[in-house]
Design a protein around this ligand. Structure first.
Ligand code: FA5
Length: 345
């Protein structure tokens, strides 16, 4: 019996590594451990072995069984690995550069946003964010535009359906709007932090404007706010001058044209004139609105206007990108035309 078991193991050790398919494996397995297999035949002989020899023989058979199981496992694992490799196909190195795929690039609006935020970061501004879905209080009332204020008509607002009215906003039952400007972030920041404050807030804005070459219902703005002691129009002008020079070069000229916003007093439009703005070169072009924070806004957010002063500005991101790159239609930014986008790669 001992010799027979050794022979079976020798045979298995020779045959199983040569097995290359599932049917070959199953046939070999049956030859050794199946109901009519060689090892099974040895086990059956146990019945006729004298009782005294049984323990020693039983151990021999068990050892042979374990050794056979290991040989079968090794053969099965080899087959599994070969089948997986066949299913996966030729090995690839994902770290190799692809020869045909052009690199992606940032959208021109993202590039322009990064340029603007980078410039203001150098001037000590931190980036602040706020929700695009706002309650009327943050978008209008706190900015000195109460319900009946005519200035509320200056911005055509997209309202959410009445069932979206909130019971959690400051006045309990206000409508939600898609924010018409990023000035709402000023309010959120001033409620959350104590002055001095110096923040820049880029983000989306929404208005019921008809789309044309310079307007979109969904556009982007960049809002700036600086609250400190003794902030003046001179600070406003010098900050905006520094910003504009960084973008358009030293030869750019700026002017603050008197204007009106309910949340700033005095208020201005910032105009720029430069020789390198394509079709718009050498003309005064409006870049955005600005002014000193209206003391009423400070009162609305619990900041003492006797102690603190502030400046604020807001501009259209698309407008800046169009001037920087000589783009004459805002709709190019949203058309996803690769011929347009690749020019900024
Ligand atoms: C405002 O939205 C003020 N919140 C800006 C401001 C902030 C003034 C802080 C003072 C202090 P205005 O409505 O003018 O202002 O919009 C500012 C800029 O957003 C415009 O100059 C324009 O570049 C851009 N803009 C406005 N409406 C659209 C639109 N429909 N499509 C594209 N850009 C727009």
């Amino acid at each position: 019996m001992k010799a027979r078991l050794a022979e079976i193991l020798q045979q298995a050790a020779a045959e199983l590594p040569a097995v290359h398919s599932r049917p070959e494996f199953e046939a070999a397995k049956a030859r050794f451990v199946g109901p009519n297999g060689a090892l099974t035949a040895c086990m059956k002989q146990m019945a006729s072995v004298p009782k005294a020899d049984k323990p020693a023989l039983g151990k021999l058979i068990n050892d042979a069984k374990t050794a056979l199981a290991a040989l079968l496992d090794a053969a099965r694992e080899r087959l599994d690995a070969a089948e997986l490799a066949a299913a996966l196909g030729k090995p690839v190195d994902p770290t190799l550069p692809s020869p045909d795929t052009p690199n992606g690039s940032l959208h021109p609006l993202t590039q322009t946003r990064d340029l603007i935020t980078g410039t203001f970061k150098k001037l000590g501004f931190a980036i602040a964010d706020g929700p695009e879905l706002e309650s009327e209080w943050f978008c209008f009332d706190a900015l000195n535009m109460p319900d009946d204020h005519p200035a509320r008509d200056m911005q055509d607002t997209l309202f959410l359906p009445p069932d979206a009215r909130s019971s959690t906003t400051r006045r309990g039952n206000e409508a939600y709007v898609l924010r018409t400007h990023t000035s709402s972030v000023q309010i959120r920041v001033m409620l959350a932090r104590k002055p001095p404050i110096r923040i820049l807030s880029p983000g989306r804005a929404f208005r019921r404007d008809t789309t044309d070459a310079t307007h979109s219902a969904n556009f982007h703005q960049v809002e700036g706010l600086w609250v400190d002691r003794n902030v003046t129009v001179r600070d406003l002008k010098s900050i905006l001058d520094a910003f504009v020079r960084e973008l358009f070069g030293d030869s750019v000229r700026t002017r603050l044209r008197p204007s009106y916003f309910p949340f700033t007093e005095p208020s201005f439009e910032l105009d720029i004139k430069a020789a390198n703005m394509g079709r718009l070169s050498d003309r005064w072009i409006e870049l955005g609105g600005c002014g000193l924070v209206n003391p009423r806004v400070f009162e609305n957010v619990g900041i003492n206007p006797g102690e603190w002063t502030g400046l604020a500005f807001g501009m259209g991101l698309e407008r800046v990108a169009m001037l920087l790159h000589g783009i004459d239609d805002i709709r190019h930014f949203y058309a996803n035309d690769l011929r347009f986008l690749r020019q900024f790669a």
